[in-house]
Design a protein around this ligand. Structure first.
Ligand SMILES: [Fe+2]
Ligand SMILES: [Fe+2]
Length: 276
């Protein structure tokens, strides 16, 4: 029985995305085969290993992602999602070991390594699909904003859980079904199938985030709904954008009692700003 933390640190620091994805899946397989039994506290730093490419730009400089018969827009979209998946691998490796001070049960590490393994699979599927379309991960610029939430919440587990799975991944549940429909419309069934795998797994990831958010709130004797809302106000600069995929969010046991009132509050503020 061994400490899992060095293996997680190795995957986190790995600069090669495909190898990072492979390591994330291997660690979880080994974990399921009882290779690890504890996670010793470890200094994981603030920046994961990354390749030289893609070039990271401010979101407004990242190319448009319209899904059409021509492959350019589909490549741009799949490239953007591959980049999100790479960030998601690092986010799950990071959360698995960063918060050792909270004296979390080993099930916490197991759950997030299961997520890391899924994200590794998602990245790998997209990597191969980009190759099939004559491109590759790194060929286009990507967003620089995705790691920001990780840095802001590096010392606040409730904040990390409130934002990474329950704002960012939950947003994926809202937008992915339309992307699948559009891929089918242009007869890119191979890409649609990958997005369906991602959609299915992401419901589980939001559910994992919600379960551990509730756990931390219980441990700290905080009310989950009001805590989530104030953490989102504190850490998340963007708006919660309806329409929400309520069935998928509900399947993840993430009730609209959390996000509905906050979205309505933001909409009221927006309306007041437009009509002073
Ligand atoms: Fe994913
Ligand atoms: Fe995910």
């Amino acid at each position: 029985m061994r400490d899992i933390s060095p293996a997680i640190l190795e995957a986190y620091n790995c600069p090669d995305p495909l190898e990072k994805a492979r390591l994330a899946q291997k660690i979880y397989t080994d974990l399921c085969n009882q290779a690890y039994s504890y996670a010793a506290p470890i200094d994981i730093g603030l920046r994961p290993g990354r390749p030289d490419k893609p070039e990271l730009l401010a979101p407004r400089f990242v190319p448009r992602r319209r899904i059409t018969k021509a492959s350019t827009g589909r490549i741009a979209l799949l490239h953007a999602i591959a980049h999100i998946e790479l960030n998601a691998i690092d986010l799950s490796l990071d959360i698995a070991v960063r918060y050792a001070d909270y004296r979390l049960p080993f099930d916490f590490v197991r759950d997030w390594m299961s997520v890391a393994s899924d994200e590794g699979r998602h990245f790998t599927l997209l990597h191969h699909r980009l190759n099939d379309l004559g491109s590759e991960y790194g060929a286009l610029p990507a967003h620089d904003g995705l790691w920001e939430a990780a840095i802001k919440t590096a010392s606040d587990l409730a904040g990390r859980l409130a934002i990474a799975p329950l704002v960012l991944e939950a947003r994926g549940l809202d937008v992915t079904p339309q992307l699948i429909t559009k891929m089918r419309e242009v007869e890119d069934h191979a890409s649609a199938e990958i997005l369906e795998v991602i959609m299915h797994d992401e419901v589980g990831h939001v559910g994992t985030g919600k379960r551990w958010f509730d756990y931390v709130c219980g441990y700290e004797r905080r009310d989950p709904i009001s805590s989530w809302q104030s953490l989102v106000r504190h850490y998340f600069n963007g708006a919660l954008k309806p329409p929400f995929n309520v069935p998928a969010r509900t399947a993840a046991k993430f009730s609209s009692a959390f996000y509905g009132p906050l979205a309505a509050e933001q909409a009221r503020k927006d309306a007041a700003n437009q009509h002073p």
